[in-house]
Write a protein that binds this ligand. Structure first.
Ligand code: FAD
Length: 310
């Protein structure tokens, strides 16, 4: 059995594995796809101490750092169920989709999240070529350009306010007949001179020239008429879905499906900790996920020295 079993191999899981292994305890990592969302990222300019790096490069470095230690890395393994220990200090079981099961005295959940997509023509083709999902990450790449934000909930309206300070013009497109963001955010948004708000608008296509985004087609849901907006960027803000479906019924989740953690990364199940985008942590970023993974590993170690195996 492992002392610490990390489920998920993104920035949070990699940091947790390095911190755990450095305590000299038996550490394993089971990940569906080692590297996580970083593998889908191109330019990274906010990984502090590195002015510029690229996702695939950072993903290789994450795995290399973990493999510097005696960590059992189980890549291409998807967890399907968590079974808490039957007695305090007992072994926790993680069942894998391939039928195997892993046992550990403590578990760190770091299965991350995925952005909900519009699923319209052009979105997939122009990902990282104008179609973006993270304003904190990619906003500055559109300095002085025209962008749209899709989604009028809190994240969409926050993104539009944020981007309006950087880019030339923002068009916010909401599917519903009204914005759903908090009133104070809506008021702030309406006060900005370089923002246009479209409600009852359905995005039907992302246009491009083959290399990058050039426009967006939005259909007015009342009249059925479509219009083309010329722009260079599209930020999709219609939801971040935590990869926690497999934990329903075993670990406390928030109404949005995020794993509920305290400031030490502890979940509702003794010996089970969590970190990164899969949790209730307020901001979802690489450096934040790494810090949270380190916190969870130190908490798991603290749990191990306070409980003896029964
Ligand atoms: P993830 O990176 O999502 O990793 C989750 C891990 O869990 C993966 O290994 C996955 O395969 C695995 N997993 C999922 N389900 C299971 C399961 N059931 N069983 C086993 N394993 C499972 N952040 C920045 O700071 N700067 C940026 O410039 C930046 N740009 C981004 C660009 C894009 C296109 C995207 C999508 C995200 C970007 N982010 C950026 C956000 C950043 O990538 C995430 O905040 C970060 O990767 C979260 O790390 P994590 O370890 O919590 O989760």
């Amino acid at each position: 059995a492992f002392d610490v079993l990390v489920v998920g191999g993104g920035p949070a899981g990699a940091a947790a594995a390095v911190y755990a292994a450095r305590k000299g305890i038996r550490t394993g990592v089971a990940a569906e796809r080692f590297g996580g969302q970083v593998l889908d990222t191109m330019a990274i300019e906010n990984f502090i101490s590195m002015s510029y790096t690229e996702g695939p490069k950072l993903a290789v470095a994450l795995e290399q750092h973990v493999r510097d230690y005696e960590v059992d890395v189980m890549n291409l393994q998807r967890a399907s169920k968590l079974v808490p220990a039957s007695q305090p200090g007992g072994l926790i079981t993680v069942e894998l989709e391939n039928g195997a099961s892993l046992k550990a005295r403590s578990v760190i959940l770091s299965t991350g999240a995925r952005w909900r997509q519009m699923n319209v023509p052009g979105e997939e083709q122009y990902k990282n070529k104008g179609v973006a999902y993270c304003p904190h990450c990619d906003g500055p790449l559109f300095k002085g350009k025209r962008v749209a934000v899709i989604g009028g909930g809190n994240s969409g309206v926050e993104a539009a306010i944020d981007l309006a300070g950087i880019v030339a013009h923002v068009t916010l497109v909401e599917f519903d007949t009204k914005l759903r963001a908090d009133e104070v955010l809506q008021r702030k948004l309406r006060s900005l001179p370089n923002v246009e708000i479209i409600v009852n608008g359905q995005t039907t296509e992302v246009l491009g020239d083959g290399a990058k985004v050039t426009g967006l087609v939005v259909k007015d849901r009342a009249s059925g008429q479509s219009r083309t907006i010329e722009l260079e960027g599209v930020f999709v803000q219609i939801g971040l879905l935590p990869n926690t479906e497999w934990l329903k019924g075993s670990v406390e989740l928030s109404p949005r499906g995020e794993i509920v953690i305290d400031e030490r990364g502890a979940t509702s199940v003794p010996g089970v900790f969590a970190a990164g985008d899969a949790t209730t942590v307020p901001y979802k970023q690489i450096v934040i996920a790494m810090g949270a993974g380190s916190t969870a590993a130190l908490s798991a170690f603290d749990h191990l020295i306070r409980t003896s195996a029964p």
